[in-house]
Design a binder for this molecule. Structure first.
Ligand code: NAD
Ligand code: DAU
Length: 350
């Protein structure tokens, strides 16, 4: 079923819209669709930050509700006001935190998604997009790519919680006929990413003259996509995706972690001696890579941005927006950071 709703007015419930990708998506929708209304439901965890949306908060088409997707009352009240499309970004998203404590990942990523699905079942919603991840497929060796038909083999509590949510979405499509679509994207980079993730961590640590912890030998490979490309793909899937289907989203841009780290330090003119190789992440997936032919054939989407240009643009954004990230690297952050990296430093790999 091909549809193009871009001309009609739509009300979109974006969950987790105060986080990294969600806030970029809120902005994308408001710019791309003049007649659409956006409701952002976000619990404002450590990763949720209304400063990410300062430039749109006065827009009459935008509203923010603080709340938990696992709270059936709040979700039910919002849906009852009428929602056309739900895009679920809300999640605990950091693998290292899931290794420390998986519980919040189950609460939000699994239970929260089920609460949203249950509410969609009771109200008339034309599309539910579950924003998932390539991590549900597990890990690859040197060769090959994951297609949408690859088996799910998650290796971290984070990935397992996202895989569980994907399967709930599948079951709600098959059992109740809900118009659910799942997207699985690779590693995003861009403005407003919480500085616990590799790229903003490298830039901000380098600015502070702090060591940069690289897990293992830094040879694990990730497939990088600029966040706006991801947003554009989800928007296209809302318009043209088929209910019950899963779509991989990736930019075919594989890099070893150490290549990314050195590229950032080179852009910043900082010494490579800041790199500190530390013990590996437990269960660390070796490589991710996505086959995106389905997205290209069915939706006509393809990436247009180059990593070199947009990595530089991203690095400069963090260098120019110190007032955005400095408050985030506060007491809570350093407590977490020391717990995780302090231990890894003790087990340094040399
Ligand atoms: P993020 O951690 O930056 O943001 C998550 C947002 O969800 C925050 O605003 C947080 O406050 C909110 N949230 C958390 N629990 C909530 C709850 N119970 N109820 C309501 N809001 C809640 O994450 P991100 O990197 O922007 O990722 C967004 C989504 O995209 C996640 O579902 C993630 O699994 C997926 N994803 C991320 C990447 C990536 O590279 N970052 C890649 C593929 C998929
Ligand atoms: O692949 C998509 C996933 O990408 C998303 O689903 C997750 O939400 C998102 O967090 C991201 O997961 P990763 O674990 O790949 O991202 P992270 O930035 O944590 O790490 C990227 C790589 O860098 C990974 O191989 C681990 C390594 N790393 C990470 C950190 C934070 C380091 O070597 N040192 C670090 O300090």
């Amino acid at each position: 079923m091909k549809q193009d709703r871009t001309t009609g007015g739509m009300k979109v419930l974006i969950t987790g819209g105060a986080g990294f990708i969600g806030s970029n998506f809120v902005r994308h929708i408001l710019v791309a669709h003049a007649s659409w209304e956006v409701v952002n439901l976000d619990k404002l965890t450590y990763a949720g930050n209304l400063a990410n949306l300062k430039d749109v908060e006065q827009d009459p088409r935008y509203s923010f509700i603080e709340g938990d997707i696992a709270d059936g009352d709040i979700v039910g009240r919002l849906m009852a006001r009428g929602v056309d499309v739900v895009v679920n970004f809300a999640a605990e998203s950091h693998v290292d935190r899931s290794i420390e404590d998986p519980s919040p990942f189950i609460d939000t990523n699994v239970r929260g998604t089920q609460v949203l699905l249950e509410s969609v079942r009771k109200h008339h919603v034309t599309r539910f997009v579950q924003v998932s991840t390539d991590e549900v497929y597990g890990t690859l060796g040197q060769e090959g790519k994951f297609s949408e038909d690859s088996p799910l083999a998650p290796n971290s509590p984070y990935a397992a919680s996202k895989a569980a949510a994907d399967l709930l979405c599948r079951s709600y499509f098959h059992t109740y006929g809900l118009p659910v679509m799942v997207t699985r994207c690779s590693n995003n980079y861009g403005p407003h990413q919480y500085p616990e993730k590799l790229i903003p961590l490298v830039v901000t640590n380098a600015m502070e003259g702090k060591p940069i912890p690289v897990y293992g030998k830094g040879l694990n490979v990730r497939d990088w996509i600029f966040v706006e490309e991801h947003c554009r793909a989800i928007d296209a899937i809302i318009a043209q995706g088929r209910p019950g289907e899963t779509y991989n989203i990736g930019a075919d841009c594989e890099r070893a972690n150490i290549e990314i780290v050195y590229a950032i330090l080179d852009i910043m003119g900082k010494p490579r001696s800041l790199v500190q190789f530390v013990s590996d992440r437990p269960g660390h997936d070796w490589r991710y890579a996505l086959d995106t032919i389905k997205l290209n054939r069915e939706i006509g989407w393809q990436p247009v941005y180059s990593l070199n240009a947009h990595l530089e643009r991203t690095v400069r954004w963090y260098m120019d927006n110190e007032e955005w990230w400095r408050p985030l690297k506060s007491v809570d952050y350093y407590e977490y950071y020391e717990r995780t990296y302090g231990r890894r430093r003790c087990q340094k790999t040399g």
